[in-house]
Design a protein around this ligand. Structure first.
Ligand code: PHE
Length: 454
């Protein structure tokens, strides 16, 4: 091998950094806010019986999400490396495997996330040009299968690769600073509009009326925990990687609160737009099955039945969805890219291209088979993210020396840090082991469902 093949990073080059604190926050919130908050959250809330699921999801965001988020931010900022090297930095070479699992999780998630991202792109473009199809179910069938699905996935991935190639400040931060405020405005606008529709109150009732008995079913508990990790981008090093571009004096405890609150807020507002729209327009039958396609069938149907206003509201909705999906996909690719830059000394553009193309190829399978997409999502969330969250909690709670000293750089050491350590040592691992264990039968049943019938 040549000493410095072209395209390699030269040693000692300073690490990229976010240009501003807000830039980092928008990018991190951009990672968290995505299809998870809108597509995944609303279809699970529908499948798992509404309000009970929402309450548990909030509980897990606080109990599990906040401590793991702070743990990822602490490791990333302190190590200033991609996930594999960061874990080795604090835990020794033996911990590289956990980082490698993170990269694998990012690869798996992005392979199907890009497919769904492609569908949203197609809906957004169609809303602006030809409008929503009269037969929404059949149209979704076309959009989400075969070469249609593959083609839009490729397009979506090209944009993702292009932004990540641009780098932290000029690519990711620049996009997030424009895109995220735009997304918030669109969502609030649609939620307010939905409130004016007759029949919206049935949607609120469905979404917000809490039924304790339903919430205690084990499948609801498992789904809510997985959703908390998926939605916050936790358990696979995405937040860790973004934090590795933070200046050392940033306040990670404060950023944990801001990112988590924004993510829950967006998911909650997504529910406030989706459910009233669906109920006001009588589309509840479309979501009752809680299938992956629910959002892509029920909402376009609702928009179509609203006439001209539907084109505008629906177009805005899908634009917001594309933006959310894109900023999340970027963070998934960044995990792979930063790991490749560390491991092989590649420069960013090369890592983005090679990593991005590999993920796109892996996405051919879910693009053609929605049952594979569904399975990949269950495995990624219930095994990889929940398991990864467990790994991080054990790592920071038990392995890393003095995590409190590291976490309190840039802020004051306080009682919050003591509570954090106790959560990471006991509460988070025990809860996650319970959840992981209980998710196995359902994941197994899905595997058998897809492959077992031959
Ligand atoms: N949080 C993103 C969403 O809600 C998905 C994601 C998961 C992104 C894991 C990065 C890492 O859509």
């Amino acid at each position: 091998m040549a000493d410095h093949p072209s395209g390699n990073r030269s040693e000692g080059e300073p690490r990229e950094e976010w240009r501003t604190r807000w830039g980092f926050l928008f990018a991190a919130v951009g990672s968290a806010v995505g299809l998870g908050n809108m597509w995944r959250f609303s279809y699970l809330a529908a499948e798992k019986g509404g309000a009970g699921f929402v309450a548990l999801y909030l509980l897990f965001t606080i109990l599990l999400g906040l401590p793991v988020m702070l743990a990822e931010l602490t490791i990333g900022r302190g190590a200033r490396r991609g996930p594999i090297s960061a874990l080795a930095h604090y835990g020794g070479q033996g911990w590289r495997w956990l980082g490698a699992i993170f990269v694998a999780a990012g690869f798996l998630i992005l392979s199907y996330y890009g497919v769904i991202g492609g569908w949203t792109l197609r809906y957004a473009v169609e809303a602006a040009t030809i409008g929503f199809a009269p037969d929404a179910g059949a149209h979704f069938g076309d959009v989400a299968s075969g070469f249609d699905s593959l083609g839009t996935q490729i397009l979506f991935m090209i944009i993702t690769i292009a932004v990540v190639s641009g780098g932290i400040g000029a690519g990711i931060e620049r996009l997030a600073r424009i895109a995220m405020p735009g997304l918030f405005l669109i969502m609030i606008g649609i939620a307010l509009y939905a409130a004016t529709l007759e029949g919206a109150s049935d949607g609120y009732a469905y979404y917000l009326n809490f039924d304790l008995e339903k919430a205690l079913a084990i499948d609801v508990v498992v789904a809510a925990a997985g959703q908390a990790f998926f939605s916050l981008s936790l358990g696979m090093g995405a937040i860790l990687t973004f934090a590795s571009y933070l200046p050392r004096d940033s306040d990670v405890a404060r950023e944990t609160a801001v990112i988590s609150f924004a993510d829950f807020g967006v998911a909650f507002v997504a529910g406030l737009m989706v459910f009233p729209l669906i109920f006001a327009l009588g589309m509840q039958g479309e979501i009752s099955g809680g299938t992956i396609g629910a959002l892509f069938v029920a909402l376009p149907k609702a928009f179509e039945s609203m006439g001209g206003a539907g084109r505008i509201v629906g177009g805005a909705f899908f634009v917001a969805l594309v933006v959310g999906a894109l900023t999340s996909a970027i963070s998934l690719l960044e995990v792979i890219v930063s790991a490749a830059m560390d491991a092989f000394g590649w420069e960013r553009r090369r890592a983005a291209l090679v990593g991005g193309v590999a993920v796109t190829l892996a996405g051919v399978w879910p693009a053609f088979r929605i049952d594979i997409l569904d399975l990949a999502d269950s495995v990624a969330t219930n095994l990889f993210l929940v398991g990864g969250g467990l790994g991080i909690a054990i790592f920071v709670g038990w392995v890393m020396d003095d995590p409190i000293a590291e976490a309190s750089v840039g802020s004051a050491r306080s009682g919050v840090h003591t509570v954090w350590r106790i959560l990471l040592r006991y509460v988070v691992p025990i809860t996650l082991i319970f959840i992981l264990w209980n998710s196995l039968p359902e994941t197994w049943a899905k595997i058998v469902g897809v492959f077992g019938s031959g």
